[in-house]
Every structure is written in C-alpha cells, then in structure tokens.
Write a protein that binds this ligand. Structure first.
Ligand SMILES: *[C@@H]1O[C@H](CO)[C@@H](O)[C@H](O)[C@H]1NC(C)=O
Ligand SMILES: *[C@@H]1O[C@H](CO)[C@@H](O)[C@H](O)[C@H]1NC(C)=O
Ligand SMILES: *[C@@H]1O[C@H](CO)[C@@H](O)[C@H](O)[C@H]1NC(C)=O
Length: 193
C-alpha cells in the first residue's frame, strides 16, 4: 500500500518536473523567436539649413552667426509590440563641444510601424564664439558640425527591454554659398538590460 502511494508521488513529481521543463523550454523558444526584441531602425532622411545668417565685424574682430538646421528622421520599429521613447535629445556639436541642444518629446511607435520626426536644432552662438578655431573656420568659409540624435526607449516583451538608438551625422556648412554639404551618418543601437 505504502509502496504504491510512494510510486504515485514519484510519478506525479516526475510529471510536474517534465511540465515545468517543457514550459521553461517553450518560454525560452518564444523568448528567442517570437518575442525576441529587434532594434528600432533609425534613418536620417534629410538635414537642411533652415536659417543661416552671419556678419563679420572687422573692427571688433567679431563674427555673428545664426544657424538653424532641420533634421528629418524616420524611426522604424520592427517589433510586434510598441516602442516607447522618452528622455531623448538631439545635439549640435562643433569641434567636439555641444553648441546646440533640443529635447525630443516622448512618444510611442506602434508594432511594425514607422514614425517621422522633424527635429529643429539651433546654434547657441555664444558657446561657439569662445572657440578660437571658429575665426579661422569662418575665414576659410567652411564650418564642420556634427549632429547627434539619441532616442532612448523601451520595448515591452516578456519584460521591458531598454534600447538606445544613436544617429550621428557629420556635415559641413559653406558660408558663401549657404549650403550644407558632405553629410555622412552613422547609426548605432545599444540594448541595456
Ligand atoms: C541672430 O538672431 C538674433 C535673434 O534672432 C538677431 O538679433 C541677430 O541679428 C541675428 N544675427 C545675424 C547675424 O543675423
Ligand atoms: C522635414 O519634415 C518637415 C515636417 O514633416 C517637412 O515640412 C519638410 O519638408 C521636411 N524636409 C525635407 C528636406 O524633407
Ligand atoms: C516619412 O518619411 C519618409 C521619407 O521621407 C516618407 O517616405 C514617408 O511617406 C513618411 N511617412 C509619413 C507617415 O509621413
């Protein structure tokens, strides 16, 4: 009698263990396939000069410069679930220093959809004027800038997955022709667990 009950308990625990292992495997496979997060794909479609004004005061040796850029970006979320982003920023850099910054309002991109963002960046000239290389660049007529867009968000699968997408573009502004040339962008995504 006792032997039979023990056998029943043993076979029940074996079944329970088998079910647990199968469920674990099922979740693992789902986690690696259906629920595997894929990085959002950021693409810079265009960067355009919205405004460029400059004047040189030869007597005071000063340059007055206003630059504003519009960067249009497409963010594609390849996941089945939404991508929520927050705390995002775009920066304008000159010789490694931030000379302009704008925050990108939080938003959500649905599963398997794209969203276009239009980001305006303006130069804070007082930060730039203190750079001594600025004068020689202005005299050469070419100013090199870098823009960086940093989108930080999460994809909710079995648990939240934090993703940061960066798009960094180098560009050159020609003062005399008022054009923006040589635009090269690189993209990077980091998954923070
Ligand atoms: C730059 O913008 C400011 C404010 O909008 C304006 O007062 C200034 O005249 C502009 N500078 C140039 C060189 O256009
Ligand atoms: C950037 O996006 C804005 C707003 O959608 C649009 O008005 C503008 O024409 C776009 N610029 C370029 C160069 O595509
Ligand atoms: C987003 O921008 C891309 C590239 O400029 C364009 O092809 C697409 O139609 C735009 N989508 C929307 C919803 O405006």
């Amino acid at each position: 009698m006792i032997g039979k009950r023990r056998r029943l308990i043993v076979s029940l625990s074996v079944t329970a263990a088998a079910v647990t292992v199968s469920l674990g495997l099922l979740f693992l496979i789902l986690g690696l396939t259906v629920f595997k997060p894929t990085d959002p794909i950021t693409t810079v479609d265009s960067i355009s000069l919205a405004d460029l004004d400059f004047s040189v005061d030869v007597f005071k040796l000063r340059v007055y410069l206003n630059v504003s850029l519009v960067t249009n970006v497409t963010v594609m979320n390849p996941n089945r679930v939404g991508f929520k982003y927050s705390n995002s920023n775009a920066y304008l850099r000159y010789r490694g220093n931030d000379v302009g910054e704008v925050s990108i309002p939080a938003g959500k991109i649905g599963g398997r959809s794209t969203r276009n963002l239009s980001i305006g960046l303006a130069l804070m000239a007082d930060r730039l004027i203190s750079d001594s290389d600025f004068y020689s660049d202005v005299i050469s007529g070419r100013l090199e800038f870098q823009t960086q867009i940093r989108l930080s968000g999460k994809v909710r699968l079995l648990f939240d997955i934090h993703v940061v997408a960066y798009a960094t573009c180098d560009l050159e502004i020609h003062l005399i022709s008022r054009t923006l040339v040589n635009q090269i962008c690189v993209y990077k995504t980091k998954i923070l667990q």
